[in-house]
Design a protein. Sequence first.
Length: 603
Amino acid sequence: MMQSMTLFKLKFGLTSVRMRNWSVGISVMILTLIFIILYEQPGHRLTNKNHTVDEFDVEGESRVQEPAKKPHLISLEDLDYLFSNNSVYYKEEDETNGFLVWSLMRPFLERLDALPETGQGIEEAALAMKGLVSLINKEKRASGMVSMKARRACPDFVNADLSNVLELPCGLSEDSSITFAGVPDEHSTSFQIHLVGSGILRYDVNFSKPSIVQNTWTEKLGWGNEVRCPSHGSFKNQIVDELPLCNEQTSRITLEESSNEDAMMDDFPFLRGNPFTATLWFGLQGFHMTVNGRHETSFPYREKLEPWLVSAVKVSGGLKLLSVSATRLPVPGEHHASLAIEEKLKAPSLSGTRITLLVGVFSTGNNFKRRMALRRSWMQYEAVRSGKVAVRFLIGLHTNEQVNLEMWREAKTYGDIQFMPFVDYYGLLSLKTVALCILGTKVIQAKYIMKTDDDAFVRIDELLLNLKDNPSSALLYGLISFDSSPDREQGSKWYIHKEEWPLDSYPPWAHGPGYIISQDIAKFVVKGHRERDLRLFKLEDVAMGIWIQQYNQTVKRVKYMNDKRFHNSGCKPNYILVHYQTPRLVLCLWEKLQKESQSVCCE
């Protein structure tokens, strides 16, 4: 059993700060230091699995000492604004209310051991809510005129000829791409491409020592470990979306073997004075750069640098930029405010219906196309349409006000969205998991609760058949990992410091693209976090495993049901769940099920 920390309830108060009569010299020193710190921030320097099911009963073997955690104070003013702004909330009795979980989340955010990004997530959510309220009020006053303008503000394509800055109105999504056409200056030593958002992705082309350097900066971590092509050392054999970090031909450049610059540049993709076309595109796992049609570099997504967080592209250094454009940008799937929506796509009424399964789909604001693909595919199962199975998207607010306005319209149209009182950061996913448990125990009473992602395809019929023959309590069902270790590589999206988890292995946990828990476990999670008996952990699927281990040791023996038909990555025939499916593939899988009545893949 994991030993619980003794936590104190966080009391908030507003402190007034009074200026004192310090000497002029000390004041000047302080102001100078502040200026230097602000100026030195990089953001300020920028100018331009087979068909068998295995069952396991796992006993806890050790008691884990909780690591010491630093307090992360939350602004009372931001919390007050978020939880008292009645101007946008629906009526509480409306089951399609997108804020049913909202007010219930406040006690779970006021924690001394809050996740590191909680303060920032709430602060930005308060700003986002203010912007959303303003747009909603303007829309009401303008009788739809703002509505049309806002809709055009999330275009599928943007360009910026001869400009070194390209604004991305609603961010990026997987499969988006940015294409650059330019000519490096004859005497330039380097040029840079920066993707800017909550952090910075730096793509630096160096001519004096032919190389391409990729790195990231975030306020929390500063500059991470750079990836340099040609590759040397630990990065050499890494792959992202089945592509190497560095193109093999480029990697043949060996500076030590030649002093002839022309020879060194033979395989280098960029040449001074020569025009090029380069495309930066966004896959499932990372960023990729192709130059003149050849893949050159890849770079895995890092925390706070997922595509949806990118708001602009900036180019600087010795490059004459001819054009830059971005395509396949996230746009709403329907014109919610003006077109008639098919009734079958709206969330059915749950009144008087006994809910067997609540499916919580974790999504982010500008993943419009993914949500529409799910509504048109597996959310059309009869069990879903009848209300026996309820499906809800859990979405945090976005830093872009136009995205929030489109989400607001989407929520009102379909009635299947639950907003979170924080901005969607990867490090806050565990808060979504707690919110899902609240939704399935306090709002929509469900026998079982499932967590999945908006790029997963779920066989609802097969799930219900399997659950029918299994216990209704103390159950974890999914693709379970019984022997996994923390990722200790700093800069990784899944990096875990020893202070966060001191052991060399995790307790059993089910992979995040899809797992099911019984209602009693969900109640245990809610109660445990309300009373501060459970610790928060940023990897939400591992966190659920940690919480279930404590349930297993203190309440009831848990049945761990491992099903290899839950596929964590890609698709295999005879599946129950498959992950990493684009909207096109999701619709294809559904069509094949309808025509062939069997689970076959579309790739």
